[in-house]
Design a binder for this molecule. Structure first.
Ligand code: AMP
Length: 420
């Protein structure tokens, strides 16, 4: 039996999100979708698995994700399916399938979804992880790039993860642009093939841009002197990139030009960016994205330029560990003391919930002391204490758990007494 198949062990590289961290996961996802919606990005939910072909054509046959990391399986009907390793290709597929591009452009969509990649697990790198993303599909103007980038950076700062924004343009697939540059880069690498790390030599033919991402110190030393894409952009990509940087400056979004920044997925064109947080160690990119102007056509669709980002929720939570948000607080913890009060207390808690209040109570039949402890631990503002005497007189005691002040209120007035 593989080492990660013990009876109570989740598969290697996966995490159970447990309370209290799970509260933060929910909070961050909710805050993200809310922030995105306020800028016009509406949620989309695509299937957790797609036809394998989608990622091969979309993400790219030579990309690391496709060659080494996909969870691909054959279903009982003999179809090759893959757990989605990323969100952009599925979103573009859904836009094409449902003709969302026939309305006003750009189509603006957001998602919060689990992704699956068979990577070597380490802190901040898992086999199932969560991404929050937006996609703006159907426009190629630089204002769209600036909008997407600004939303990502602001959201991260708002949830307590200030980041540095690294920005580049990697041109487009044309002979007078990235095509010519790849020729120059390939020549440069071939001349230095013996100085490259062994794992990087095969990349010269398959995916030369990725040599910039190599962790091998020998390759990194070579790449320090490599020709840069930004010196080989065609006129239109250069003008586009100038539009992006000028607009970001207009809206006061700080960035650092990063001419060696390339992205792992092959569909990227023009703008590429990454949000990097401090204190995360080796896996310090909390998010990244870029343009994918050729993706729709790679999938067999019409020309449909797009741009988006994906933020790693697992890394956002790691970065926030020192600075967590409290779980959403209860208004009332109902405490039952004495004969016949438990069922009444239960009815009261249900009544409060029906009135839109956050209420809980002890269902473990504990004594008053244990219930008061649970009330304190719950973070509730009030303990509503129901004893036999209160029950008989139609009253309830409210204890303010911050100040320890107590007062009696009529049961009928409980909702208004505790409503924040
Ligand atoms: P990518 O889709 O590779 O551009 O990644 C975008 C963001 O998703 C990264 O910046 C990370 O924050 C996060 N991410 C990517 N891969 C993983 C992984 N294996 N485990 C956890 N987070 C990841």
């Amino acid at each position: 039996m593989p080492e990660d198949e013990g009876s109570f062990r989740a598969p290697k590289g996966t995490n159970d999100l447990l309370p209290p961290l799970s509260n933060q996961y929910v909070e961050v996802s909710r805050a993200a979708l809310d922030t995105f919606a306020r800028a016009g990005y509406q949620p989309i939910e695509t299937p957790a698995f797609e036809h394998t072909e989608l990622f091969v054509r979309g993400v790219g046959e030579a990309s690391e994700v496709v060659t080494k990391q996909m969870y691909t399986f054959t279903d009982l009907g003999g179809r090759s399916l893959t757990l989605r390793p990323e969100g952009t290709a599925p979103v573009v597929r859904a836009v094409l399938e449902h003709g969302l591009d026939r309305g006003a452009l750009p189509v603006k969509l957001s998602y919060s979804s689990a992704m699956f990649r068979q990577e070597r697990p380490q802190k901040g790198r898992y086999r199932q992880f969560f991404q929050l993303g937006i996609e703006a599909i159907g426009s190629d103007g630089p204002l769209v790039d600036a909008e997407v980038i600004e939303i990502g950076k602001r959201f991260l700062a708002d949830v307590g993860v200030p980041t540095k924004l690294f920005l580049n343009s990697i041109g487009h697939h044309a002979n007078d642009c990235r095509g010519a540059y790849l020729g120059v880069l390939t020549d440069f690498l071939n001349e230095r093939v013996d100085s490259l790390g062994p794992g990087d030599r095969e990349r010269i033919a398959s995916n030369p841009l990725r040599t910039f991402d190599s962790k091998d110190p020998e390759t990194a030393a070579v790449m320090a002197a490599a020709p840069l894409i930004t010196d080989h952009l065609c006129e239109s990509c250069r003008a586009h990139f100038a539009g992006v940087t000028e607009t970001l400056t207009d809206i006061q979004v700080d960035f650092e030009l990063a001419p060696r920044l390339v992205r792992g997925l092959d569909y990227y064109t023009r703008t590429a960016f990454e949000f990097v947080a401090e204190g995360l160690g080796a896996q310090d990119a909390v998010g990244g994205g870029g343009r994918y102007d050729g993706l729709s056509e790679n999938l067999g669709g019409p020309p449909l330029p797009g741009i988006g980002f994906a933020l790693g929720v697992d890394r956002i939570l790691l970065a926030r560990k020192e600075n967590p948000i409290a779980p959403s607080e209860l208004d009332v913890f109902v405490v039952a003391v004495g004969e016949g009060t438990a069922r009444e207390a239960f009815k009261i808690a249900t009544r409060l919930r029906n009135a839109g209040l956050a209420a809980d109570l002890d269902l473990g039949e504990r004594a008053m002391k244990g219930q008061m402890k649970a009330a304190d631990r719950s973070g509730a503002r009030w303990a509503a204490i129901l004893g036999e005497r209160e029950l008989a007189s139609g009253k309830i005691t409210l204890k303010d758990l911050k100040t320890a002040d107590q007062k009696e209120v009529a049961l009928a007035d409980l909702e208004s007494a505790v409503r924040p």
